[in-house]
Write a protein that binds this ligand. Structure first.
Ligand code: TMP
Length: 210
């Protein structure tokens, strides 16, 4: 089987991942790569339906473990329908969020335990970890401010958590990064878009050439 490359994009709220991912895809295509862009939770009808349940602002009674299991279920379906077939075709898969989001948000910020959350995800992903993860770093207060200012972005159930929760998310990400330094590239997302893109492109080409 020819095997593409699995690149995930991570970061706290308001880091600008959704905008940046489009530019990264264009940049890779211009450099001759076949690219598939997708996102979690969602990307296929079943996972998009699960996304609606998870992010619905009315679901205020959702238990933390239920939330973690729903993310893992959405991940599984998306992996089977989108990620694995694209990798088998030899494509570069750019995925907006993956397992590290669950480790940081549910494992650390919700306090479910990163090892516990890793275990249920292990069942969902069967060892298919990303080859590379781009982490767009921003102070949560600044990221949340950006979301509030953005007309195109509606606040979801997770966005509505207190600042303290989002600070824990960022701390959780750094714990994951500490354990898997080789897999991560950290990009300073507080710069203007041009700065973020230039740093991303340089790091990306370096890693892809390796
Ligand atoms: P998005 O805003 O990047 O589309 O992501 C939706 C929300 O879901 C965001 O607040 C992060 C959160 N999330 C988790 O808490 N755990 C996960 O495993 C994933 C993929 C996302």
């Amino acid at each position: 089987m020819s095997r593409g490359m699995f690149i995930t994009i991570e970061g706290p709220e308001g880091a600008g991942k959704t905008t940046i991912i489009k530019y990264i895809a264009e940049f890779l295509q211009e450099n001759g790569f076949d690219v598939a862009v997708t996102r979690e939770p969602g990307g296929v009808p079943i996972s998009e339906q699960i996304r609606q349940v998870i992010l619905n602002k009315d679901n205020t009674t959702m238990d933390g473990r239920t939330e973690a299991l729903l993310y893992a279920a959405a991940r599984r379906q998306h992996l089977v329908e989108v990620v694995i077939p694209a990798l088998e075709k030899g494509q570069i898969v750019l995925c907006d969020r993956f397992i590290d989001s669950s480790l940081a948000y549910q494992g650390f910020a919700r306090g479910l335990g990163m090892d516990e959350v890793f275990k249920i995800n292990q069942f969902a992903i069967e060892n298919l970890m990303p080859d590379l993860t781009l982490f767009f770093d921003i102070e949560p207060a600044e990221g949340l401010q950006r979301i509030r200012m953005s007309k195109s972005r509606e606040m979801n159930r997770l966005d509505l958590e207190e600042l303290d929760f989002h600070q824990k998310v960022r701390e959780g990400y750094f714990k994951v990064i500490d354990q898997s330094k080789e897999r991560f590239c950290i990009i300073d997302a507080s710069q203007d878009l041009a700065g973020v893109l230039s740093q991303t492109k340089n790091k990306l080409l370096e890693r892809i050439k390796k």
